[in-house]
Write a protein that binds this ligand. Structure first.
Ligand code: SF4
Length: 187
């Protein structure tokens, strides 16, 4: 996002989450990357630091990205569908997602990613308008606005399901990210 837009986003009060957040959590990573990862909403750590995916989930995500040779700071632009933390980490409400969409659309326009990764059901619903279980949706390439879109499990789900077995959520997510890495290399 450009400087003035960033400033406007940092002081946004367009929905009720403005009254409970500590900071507006906009992005981390590279705004010129071909890959944009969109999650649900900031958690406590993110709210405190003003940076997305920096808590346990973020560290788990970074580890998986490194495993498929994607550098989280160089190869991705990382953000959330909602920029302010919902109280007690509840799911964002429809109205909040709608209010915050302006900022997400601006980020999409500025970064102009070739490939988008959506982590978890809220991000999938926000971008693709598809409601459904991630077990069915993950790993299935979608197209949105002329871009390749890959839904994956949210890293917080992976922390709750840490099995390293073949075919377990962790293994499937590694496969999904490897497919993303491959798609980025295609002309
Ligand atoms: S969640 Fe989005 S729309 Fe709501 S106050 Fe924060 S930045 Fe503004």
């Amino acid at each position: 996002m450009s400087g003035s837009n960033l400033e406007a986003c940092s002081s946004c009060r367009a929905c009720d989450l403005a009254s409970t957040r500590k900071t507006v959590v906009i992005s981390r990573g590279n705004p010129e990357a071909d890959l944009m990862l969109i999650g649900e909403a900031p958690g406590a750590q993110e709210d405190a630091q003003g940076v997305p995916f920096v808590g346990r989930s973020g560290r788990a995500l970074d580890q998986l990205l490194w495993e498929v040779e994607l550098d989280p700071e160089r190869d991705l632009y990382i953000c959330n569908a909602i920029k302010c933390r919902p109280p007690k980490n509840r799911r964002p409400k429809k109205g909040e997602l709608a209010s915050c969409r302006l900022w997400l659309d601006l980020q999409l326009a500025v970064v102009n990613p070739k490939v988008i990764v959506l982590t978890g059901a809220t991000a999938v619903e926000a971008i693709l308008g598809i409601k459904g279980g991630m077990t069915q949706l993950r790993g299935q390439w979608q197209t949105w606005d002329g871009r390749s879109v890959m839904p994956i499990f949210h890293p917080s789900y992976l922390l709750r399901n840490p099995s390293k077995a073949t075919g377990a959520p962790l293994d499937l997510t590694r496969q999904d990210l490897a497919a993303v890495q491959q798609r980025l290399c295609e002309p």
